[in-house]
Design a protein around this ligand. Structure first.
Ligand code: ADP
Length: 731
């Protein structure tokens, strides 16, 4: 392969576009390229000649004689190849192929020169052919020469012309040389430029690569930066959040500090701060207030010691010493007495403190102080009360409104056999007999209304199963706000008294019973005597007989009453029911009363026919008792009105008088056994206080109700109701 070193692309490009005519050949005479001017002058294209041997591209015109064309050019080229020096040729004819007429040639004259371009080793890299198309000039000269010859010009002229021509040839040569110089310079410039370009390209590439690397780095760092940025943003946000949280915490802290401050202030809690190392002592204003220190008075350890109550000073000092002793570190939570600075008053205080140790040394002792004098006094009072309760012979019990026992004294333990431990927290129902379970809700209901239940007699169950007669007084327990929170119950064992009563009842019963027999006889005798005296003229006797009859009747009623009371007490009072007309019974009782009473107007308002199922005798005694009382407790010539109203469920009988009336307090008690209104006693109206008691018992046993509506000086109205249920449903 022949050596075909070629200029680099850039140089080629520069050469190709140069205005001069160039042909660049390889050392083996193959065309590398030609300048545009060359191509134009030779009327060919770069594609047509590039890569071809110079003589293939530009073949010899076969019509021309030897010595022209290929031969001369080749000789010059060979010289250049041999000498490695430029070779300047004379003007040559070298025809170019006619493009329009294949095989034909166009005459051309040239002044070629060949210049070798050496490589770094001094070898020919390529050869540059420079040429100028001088055809026109030559043809013009030829024509001139021909016409001169034709016109007979002298040879001298010709000589001159030749000289001129030679001169011009010399000029041409000089131009050629100059051109060569230019070419060399160009060459050099091109080479330099090429090198520069190469270098700059290299630099560019380097720079590019560097830039690329830099870019990559930049991208990477950009990414990193973005990540950092993001992280930063997150961190920033976190920071903001933390700050906000911190702010919130600060706010909360401030608020809680304020709350604490307020709380401390509201508790009147004083604070103190003692430095065991320096002996410095600080008291808050509240603390100073507790001690009664005037504004100017400074606090010191000596002052603190001086204000301790003499009875407490010793052990308090010891406690302090033990608390700040690093080996003991005892808790400091004490209550003791102080003597107030201002008025020398003894006060109780409660002091709490914490000691801070630095290494083995107490460096700070800080705490609170509270005046607890009121609490202490209450405690003392409580203890006193407690002692009273403990030593009381009455059972004293407290309970909640849910009937849960909250306290149980020694007497309660003795009375019921249950210990405080067994009872506290338990229900009070433990000591209530089953048949009295309904008492408790009623008692609680009254307590809730704030009422006291006084001397309520009932039975309670001891641990051993014994039934104990008790008289109970129950009071509501109110808290400091006045709310009812429980009940205190004082129970007295009245078993003995009850036994006495039973004995008394038995006695009354026995006596009454014994009295009844002679009274019955007396009654019979009186009846007979009255009969016999019917036709007698002795008005005194008949009147006396009537009075005797009345008195016997009264006495019978009284004895029956006592008998009934004693029966009631021993639970032997029996109710014997039958169906009867209540309206008829009322009428009957009124008629009977009218026979003996003429002092009052007894008015009976039309009563609807009412049939009831009840104990006729006992209901009769209720009506006559109420009517009797109305007469007994109202002045002469007043009216007594009896009414009855009935609906489908019950019938109510009312007996109204215009008498002295009953006060509200008394009205509550008149249905109790042996209860009599004080004023009544003063007026010496006979009675034992058992009539209403018996009436109430009878009505209650019929599941009815009895009550009074009265006002002192305005008369009274007594009512009783009886249910109107079916005979079978009533016991
Ligand atoms: P006694 O009449 O035997 O005293 P009661 O049980 O019948 O007993 O009555 C109890 C008390 O009620 C009487 O003592 C009296 O003070 C009062 N009382 C009863 N009825 C009336 C009445 N109609 N007016 C005023 N007071 C009455």
């Amino acid at each position: 392969m022949p050596n075909r070193k070629t200029p680099d692309a850039l140089t080629l490009k520069a050469l190709e576009t140069a205005p001069s005519m160039f042909l660049i050949l390889s050392p083996d005479l193959y065309i590398i390229t030609a300048s545009d001017a060359y191509l134009q002058a030779t009327e060919t294209t770069r594609e047509a000649i590039a890569g071809k041997h110079i003589f293939e591209a530009f073949p010899d015109n076969p019509e021309l004689p030897d010595g022209d064309g290929v031969q001369n050019i080749n000789a010059s080229l060979q010289t250049v190849l041999r000498t490695k020096k430029p070779d300047y040729m004379r003007i040559q004819r070298y025809d170019i192929p006619d493009r329009q007429r294949p095989g034909k040639f166009i005459t051309r004259y040239w002044d070629p020169s060949h210049t070798p371009v050496l490589d770094e080793n001094g070898e020919i890299a390529y050869i540059i052919q420079l040429a100028t198309n001088v055809t026109d000039k030559i043809l013009a000269e030829r024509a001139l020469l021909k016409s001169q010859q034709e016109q007979g010009e002298t040879s001298a002229d010709l000589k001159t012309r030749t000289t001129e021509l030679l001169l011009s040839n010399t000029e041409l040569r000089e131009t050629q040389q100059h051109l060569n110089l230019l070419n060399a310079q160009l060459e050099e410039r091109v080479t330099r430029r090429t090198r520069e370009l190469e270098e700059s390209e290299k630099r560019y590439i380097e720079k590019f690569n560097e830039e690329q690397a830099l870019n990559e780095e930049l991208a990477a760092s950009n990414e990193e930066y973005a990540a950092i940025n993001e992280e930063l943003a997150t961190t920033n946000q976190e920071l903001t959040e933390t700050q906000q949280r911190l702010q919130t915490v600060y706010d909360e802290l401030a608020a809680s500090t304020e709350r604490l401050q307020l709380a401390i202030e509201s508790t009147q809690l004083g604070t103190w701060d003692y430095n065991p190392v320096t002996g410095e002592l600080y008291w808050s204003q509240e603390c100073r207030d507790i001690y009664g220190l005037p504004a100017h008075q400074e606090v010191s350890l000596e002052l603190f010691s001086a204000l301790l109550h003499p009875d407490d000073a010793g052990w308090v000092q010891q406690k302090i010493a033990e608390s700040i002793d690093p080996k003991k570190r005892k808790r400091y939570d004490v209550s003791y007495r102080i003597i107030r600075y201002d008025n020398r008053e003894t006060r109780w205080i409660k002091v709490k403190g914490s000691v801070y140790f630095t290494g083995d040394r107490a460096t700070r002792f800080i705490g609170t102080v509270l005046d607890i004098t009121d609490i202490k006094l209450a405690e003392i009072n409580n203890a006193r009360l407690g002692a009273i309760i403990t030593s009381s012979d009455d059972a004293i019990v407290s309970k909640t409104l849910d009937s849960v026992v909250t306290s149980w004294n020694a007497a309660a333990e003795r009375m019921f056999g249950w210990t405080a431990e067994e009872m506290i927290g338990q229900t009070i129902y433990i000591i209530i007999p089953d048949d009295r379970n309904d008492e408790e809700p009623q008692i609680i209901a009254r307590l809730r209304r704030g009422e006291r239940v006084e001397h309520f007699e009932t039975k309670r169950l001891a641990k051993d199963g014994r039934l104990i007669d008790v008289s109970v007084t129950i009071s509501p327990i109110k808290d400091s706000e006045g709310h009812i929170v429980g009940a205190s119950k004082i129970a007295r064992d009245i078993t003995e008294r009850k036994q006495d009563e039973t004995r008394k009842n038995d006695f009354i019963g026995m006596v009454s019973h014994e009295l009844k027999t002679p009274l019955t006889s007396l009654n019979a005798i009186l009846q007979m005597a009255s009969q016999k005296l019917k036709n007698s003229d002795d008005s005194f006797l008949s009147a006396a007989m009537g009075k005797a009859n009345l008195q016997v009747k009264r006495m019978t009623a009284m004895i029956n009453g006592f008998l009934n009371v004693s029966r009631l007490e021993s639970a032997k009072l029996s109710i014997e029911k039958s169906s009867f007309r209540l309206d008829a019974l009322v009428e009957e009782v009124i008629e009977e009363t009218r026979l003996t009473v003429s002092t009052h107007r007894i008015e009976f308002y039309n009563c609807p026919p009412v049939s009831i199922f009840a104990d006729r005798d006992k209901i009769s005694s209720v009506i006559s008792n109420l009517l009797g009382n109305a007469i007994k407790y109202s002045p002469k010539d007043t009216s007594i009105s009896i009414k009855c109203v009935a609906n489908s469920k019950k019938v109510i009988i009312s007996i109204r008088d215009e008498g002295m009336g009953i006060g509200a307090e008394d009205a509550k008690m008149i249905f109790d056994r042996y209860y009599r209104v004080q004023a009544t006693r003063g007026k010496h109206i006979a009675g034992f206080g058992i009539g209403l008691y018996l009436s109430a018992e009878i009505v209650h046993r019929h599941h009815g109700e009895i009550w009074v509506d009265s006002e002192i000086g305005r008369g009274s109205t007594f009512y009783f109701s009886l249910p109107l249920n079916k005979p079978s449903g009533v016991d």
